[in-house]
Design a protein around this ligand. Structure first.
Ligand SMILES: Cc1ncc(COP(=O)(O)O)c(C=O)c1O
Length: 478
């Protein structure tokens, strides 16, 4: 594996002493001082906006692409490791990993070799025939889940259940769509036609298809497309009132879906008490529990699944995954316990592309790299290092940043006191060469590639501190 390239930012310029003393006054401790090396923009959006070749391309393309995204005026052409490069040959340090996707970084040599080899052999032949890699990846997912824990398997593989099985899709949304269908199918077999209710939770994000959107209770996403599917109830995430949970999940419930760590919703973690109560009630009423680990799963949280180390009674019956599974090549998957697998028969569900040999050959390679003990040891070190750096932020900027840091491993978030500030931080950091994501209404998310180096963490958090200093001071001056 090639060593990650360090981003080169323009030489930082010192800010004037008056401003420096103002910013220092935001620190609660006299020894703790914010990193002010990056207060000056090095990657202004305006440079890209005035680059005519870039803007001509964007103008041309906007005539043909449906207008669904608000994008800054930059156009990315290359990626290597954690570095993305734009048309002006400016390097950005990518702390978004393509929205928690490129766990092994951009343009990884090992992945490129698999793509090269497999694409010359066979990319696609349909699910009418067996191929070499879909089963291999399914086996790797199940066996690694037995080893690391999850889906009813305690670490080392002990379980009351016989086995687990996998269905491959092409995206996270499609994985959740399938999981909801499987919950319905299981409900009909075990409880009859009326057992069709689905439960989701506040701030969830499960996707944009009609089913997945119906369990994504965000009015901004849902309202334009209503009416959505019926029989969906929304509970309060982390609500531990027994009465509320009993009323929410009843005998007509066939499935309950939740993210053990909410990604888009603001990097909130599910409290173990809440998860245990939900799981217990799900089992009482004979429904199935779906954990959407599309963003937090596959080692991003530090364990294979965000729930790997939870007590077994808080494990789900279905796991959905996608994003990093093929490091950016489209893929999704649903892994189910055997009691769910038994209710699915040929013809009930399917896909043209899902499980094709190219996507799944990449997945086999990715999983083998991510589950390597030395990779996991270094991931732990990096996560702890990031934590240490993040712990400075609420201390340095108590008037801006909420005290409690969010998430774990390399899915982390900082909450803001003022909801207009997360997007301001994202813009300020981008203009200083670091790409970040917002999360929910009040947070900024750090989801770098799992290959991130300590130097890159220093750089990203240095930029964040400089930008938070600007925000604490009341914003950028013209
Ligand atoms: C937790 C979660 N579920 C589902 C999805 C939807 O996945 P996709 O965009 O691959 O369809 C996402 C995407 O961000 C997600 O974070």
């Amino acid at each position: 594996m090639s060593a990650p390239t360090l981003i080169r930012l323009a030489r930082p310029r010192a800010i004037n002493p008056l401003r420096q003393s103002l910013i220092r006054s935001y620190a609660t401790s006299s020894e703790l001082k914010p990193n002010l090396s990056y207060t000056k923009p090095t990657h202004p959006d305006s440079t890209a906006s005035s680059h005519s070749a870039t803007q001509n391309t964007i103008t041309d393309h906007s005539q043909y692409l449906l207008n669904t995204y608000v994008r800054p005026p930059i156009l990315i052409t290359h990626g290597k490791g954690l570095i993305l490069t734009d048309t002006l040959k400016r390097d950005y340090l990518d702390f978004t990993a393509g929205i928690a996707v490129t766990a092994l970084g951009h343009s990884d040599e090992g992945i490129n070799a698999v793509i090269n080899e497999q694409s010359q052999k066979l990319s696609h032949a349909s699910n009418i025939y067996w191929n070499e890699h879909a089963g291999e990846l399914a086996k790797s997912l199940v066996e690694n889940t037995k080893k690391f824990g999850g889906l009813g398997f305690t670490q080392g593989g002990t379980t009351s259940d016989a086995n687990a099985k996998v269905f491959f899709s092409n995206s996270g949304t499609e994985a959740n769509e399938g999981a909801l269908k499987f919950a319905r199918a299981h409900g009909k077999v075990t409880g009859g036609e009326g057992k069709s209710g689905i439960v989701c939770f506040t701030n969830a994000f499960h996707g944009r298809s009609m089913g997945a959107l119906s369990v994504t209770p965000n009015p901004k996403y849902q309202a334009p497309f209503a009416p959505l599917i019926p029989n969906v109830k929304v509970g309060k995430y982390n609500e531990t009132s027994q009465e509320a949970i009993d009323a929410l999940i009843d005998k007509d419930t066939c499935g309950v879906i939740l993210e053990p760590i909410q990604g888009e919703g603001g990097v909130e973690q599910g409290d173990i008490e809440f998860l245990k109560m939900v799981a217990k009630r799900v089992r009482e009423v004979g429904a199935v529990l779906i954990y959407d680990e599309i963003q937090c799963g596959l080692f991003r949280s530090g364990t294979m699944w965000a729930h790997s180390e939870f007590p077994i009674e808080a494990h789900p019956d279905i796991i959905t995954m996608a994003k990093p599974l093929s490091n950016g090549f489209p893929i999704g998957a649903i892994m189910v316990r055997s009691k769910v697998a038994q209710t699915i028969t040929p013809g009930m569900h399917g896909t043209t592309f899902g499980g094709q040999p190219l996507a799944t050959a990449i997945g086999v390679h990715v999983l083998q790299r991510l589950s390597d003990p030395s990779f996991l040891a270094s991931l732990k070190e990096k996560s702890e290092y990031l934590s240490t750096k993040m712990e400075r932020l609420p201390k340095l900027f108590p008037s801006v940043i909420q005290e409690k840091l969010r998430g774990r491993g390399l899915i982390r978030g900082i909450g803001f006191r003022d909801t207009s500030k997360p997007s301001e931080l994202v813009r300020l950091a981008r203009e200083r060469g670091v790409l970040l994501l917002t999360a929910g209404s009040d947070a900024v998310r750090f989801v770098p590639a799992l290959t991130v180096s300590e130097e890159q963490i220093d750089q990203a958090l240095g930029v964040v501190e400089s930008c938070l200093s600007i925000i604490a001071e009341g914003g950028e001056r013209a």
